[in-house]
Design a protein. Structure first.
Length: 178
């Protein structure tokens, strides 16, 4: 996996996690991986998807897209390459927002969720970077172990950060501007 893809994937998944945590939704783990040289993003798993937190989940689903936009705002070519991976996140958000409309909650929109996700990503960017850097560090450590043969017959490199680790990173105070 090239460095820009690794950074984008790590920040994308970290943005999902930070926004979930900001909105008081527990995160089980986030991960990134590469299999056979493909450009693949990692996944995010919730401890217990809560049907009462559909809007929060929609916003967090869009946070990865907003992270890509923020990270790559000066690299439009690479940003365009990322858009093909946004479909699942956008579909998930749309599905949740549609469920809310069916339930009679008419005040939610995709545009509103995108604006909220963008604001949360920018506000918590330092936390997102901290978790992304931890994920990247773990990825390279695992990559070296695989190259040395310590991971057996592994055909891919992966890195995971579990919820308790993210909570520790997330709970550290953000540096003050000043």
């Amino acid at each position: 996996m090239d460095e820009i893809t690794l950074r984008c994937n790590a920040h994308h998944e970290a943005a999902h996690a930070v926004v979930f945590l900001t909105l008081n939704v527990d995160v089980d783990r986030i991960g990134i991986w590469e299999a056979h040289g493909d450009r693949r993003a990692g996944g995010l798993c919730l401890d217990d998807p809560n049907p009462d937190r559909k809007y929060e989940t929609a916003v967090a689903s869009l946070a990865g897209i907003e992270s890509d936009r923020y990270l790559l705002e000066n690299n439009q070519e690479e940003l365009q390459n990322r858009t093909c991976g946004w479909e699942n996140d956008r579909n998930r958000a749309n599905q949740l927002l549609e469920e809310l409309r069916i339930e009679g909650h008419s005040g939610y929109s995709l545009q509103g969720a995108e604006v909220e996700a963008a604001g949360l990503v920018r506000h918590h960017w330092e936390r997102i970077q901290k978790i992304a850097e931890a994920l990247i560090s773990r990825y390279w450590s695992n990559h070296r172990e695989r190259a040395r043969g310590f991971l057996g017959e592994a055909t891919h490199t992966e890195a995971w950060i579990h919820g308790f680790e993210m909570n520790a990173l997330f709970d550290q105070p953000e540096p003050r501007e000043g």
